[in-house]
Design a protein around this ligand. Structure first.
Ligand SMILES: [Zn+2]
Length: 93
C-alpha cells in the first residue's frame, strides 16, 4: 500500500527562478537595457546553467546574423540550426 506517500511538490528552486529571470530579461540584455544588477545576476547564472547559456547564445547569435543580413527576422530554420549547434556545444562542455 502506497497510500501514505505524498507527492513531492515541484517547488520553485532558486535555480528555476533564475532561469525564469533570464527568459524575462533576455531581450533587455540583448538590447543592453538591463540594470547593472540584473545583468550581473544574469551573467552569474549563465556561468553555471547550460540551458540558459544556450538560450542566451542563441538569441545573441541570431540577433547578430539578422543585423548583418539586414533581414527583419531570422528564418525559423536558421534559429533551429543554431540552437542545435549550441545545445551540442553546451552538452559537450
Ligand atoms: Zn538557468
Amino acid at each position: 500500500m502506497n497510500a501514505d506517500i505524498t507527492p513531492v511538490p515541484h517547488e520553485a528552486a532558486e535555480g528555476e527562478s533564475d532561469c525564469q529571470h533570464i527568459l524575462t530579461h533576455l531581450y533587455e540584455y540583448l538590447d543592453s537595457e538591463m540594470t547593472p544588477d540584473d545583468e550581473h545576476r544574469m551573467r552569474a547564472h549563465v556561468a553555471h546553467c547550460s540551458p540558459c547559456l544556450a538560450e542566451l547564445s542563441l538569441e545573441e547569435l541570431v540577433k547578430k546574423l539578422v543585423k548583418r543580413s539586414c533581414a527583419e527576422r531570422a528564418p525559423a530554420e536558421l534559429r533551429v540550426r543554431i540552437h542545435e549547434q549550441i545545445t551540442v556545444m553546451a552538452v559537450a562542455d
